[in-house]
Design a protein around this ligand. Structure first.
Ligand code: ATP
Ligand code: MG
Length: 390
């Protein structure tokens, strides 16, 4: 039997007591069968959202047009969607119309992969017309129905395919894979934001190298990502968005600016990737001075990610550098660490225009030799610097 949260059980029972057919569907059933904890629970029913709304005190109109209403059961949001059948797809992303249905099999048939097309009722009965359990057991990803048609209908499924492969460490059934690759030109119909969101899920998954066939096929070259070197180092990086995404760009030999703007990423990530990729092009220098300079230009965690990426790409597994870096963090690195400020420099008669270069010069001296970080010494250095500049 499956351990369902009480809120989900209550919700299913409320629906059932009203004579409604209600089943858990999609990712939560897949995750339960894999003995993983589902992130959210989706229910499909054979009635309209209006009917569902009458049965619950607290509901949110999340997508009435798509037949979805969210029920807040004991504070837990549960999406309830009317069973449906998709109409024709002409934009390679969404069906032109969706038709309500009362057939569970019809609803499961519109779903992307067999492992995502299994339904479960509150008595623990499983409905699995497309043999998703067998594929789960064998760790195989396969479309429901003809892969050529299913990827053509909605090209986002191509990225979802690689996402589930990376997340679950599954194989992609050969016919599903070759059809996904053949349709990659349709990825242009998918919004940059969607592509970015899927790529992040892929790179932060346990097996990001599952993306390799798509890169080798040139399916992402329109956003500047090509197969350049193996993606294996990615899984050695912390499973966070920034280092994994920068790692992907690096391993694909991408231009950070170009790919980040094609994917409309936020400015912070663009700056981060630009910095990390530029630093990786420089010869490796892990002297305290070089590391402090890098921290000064970015921050501790960016430099830590950078070193991690360097180590992963050269197959090193030593972790001593992490301790060294943490220790370095105690040294004066940023302007606010200097034992002097602008007002004190003014007393030397330094003009406002020379203030920033002077501070940077002092910072550099302190990076080289932290014992310089005394007010009296810094004033001397500042004076000398300005004399030579005058
Ligand atoms: P996750 O655990 O990442 O949320 P999920 O499988 O639940 O994975 P969702 O995007 O939440 O993914 O979608 C829920 C379900 O809806 C899927 O399991 C699948 O059955 C169906 N689905 C979602 N997107 C598509 C799509 N583009 N084409 C066909 N079916 C889809
Ligand atoms: Mg989900």
């Amino acid at each position: 039997m499956f351990q369902l949260p009480t809120a989900v059980q209550t919700c299913l029972q409320t629906l059932r007591s009203a004579g409604i057919d209600a089943y858990l569907v999609g990712g939560c059933v897949r995750d339960l069968l894999l003995q993983m904890t589902p992130t959210d629970y989706d229910i499909t029913v054979n009635v309209s959202p209006a009917t569902v709304k009458q049965l619950f005190d607290r509901t949110i109109d999340t997508g009435l047009r798509h037949g979805t209403v969210t029920v807040l059961q004991d504070g837990m949001p549960i999406e309830i969607t009317q069973m449906r059948k998709d109409g024709l797809y002409t934009d390679h992303r969404r069906p032109d119309i969706i038709l309500p249905s009362t057939s569970l099999t019809e609803d499961l048939a519109r779903r992307d992969f067999t492992i995502n097309a299994i339904a479960l009722d509150d008595n623990g009965n499983i409905f699995d017309p497309f043999h998703g359990q067998q594929d789960l057991h064998r760790k195989i990803l396969r479309t429901v129905g003809d892969p050529n048609q299913r990827f053509n209908e909605d090209a986002l499924r191509i990225l979802r395919l690689f996402r589930f492969a990376a997340k679950l460490r599954f194989f992609i059934e050969p016919n599903t894979l070759s059809n996904a690759l053949q349709q990659t030109r349709l990825l242009r119909y998918i919004s940059a934001e969607r592509i970015f969101a899927e790529l992040i899920k892929i790179v932060t998954a346990p097996e990001p190298e599952q993306l390799t066939p798509l890169l080798q096929y040139g399916g992402l070259s329109f956003i500047g990502l090509q197969y350049h070197r193996p993606l294996t180092p990615l899984s050695a990086l912390p499973p966070r968005r920034n280092p994994r995404f920068a790692g992907l760009l690096y391993l694909c030999g991408a231009d950070a600016e170009q790919t980040c703007s094609a994917l409309k990423t936020d400015k912070k990530l663009r700056r981060y990737c630009g910095f990390v990729l530029r630093a990786l092009q420089q010869p490796e220098d892990h002297s305290p001075y070089a590391l402090k300079k890098l921290m000064f230009e970015s921050d501790f965690s960016t430099v830590s990610d950078l070193l991690c990426l360097r180590a992963a790409c050269s197959g090193r597994s030593d972790t001593q550098w992490q301790q060294d870096l943490r220790q370095l963090r105690q040294s004066p690195i940023y302007l606010q660490d200097l034992q002097i400020n602008g007002a004190q420099l003014k007393t030397l008669g330094i003009r406002p225009i020379a203030m920033t270069p002077t501070l940077r010069y002092l910072m550099d001296c302190v990076h080289k030799d932290p014992t310089c970080n005394r007010q009296e010494r810094l004033l001397q250095l500042a004076q000398k610097y300005n004399e030579t500049c005058d």
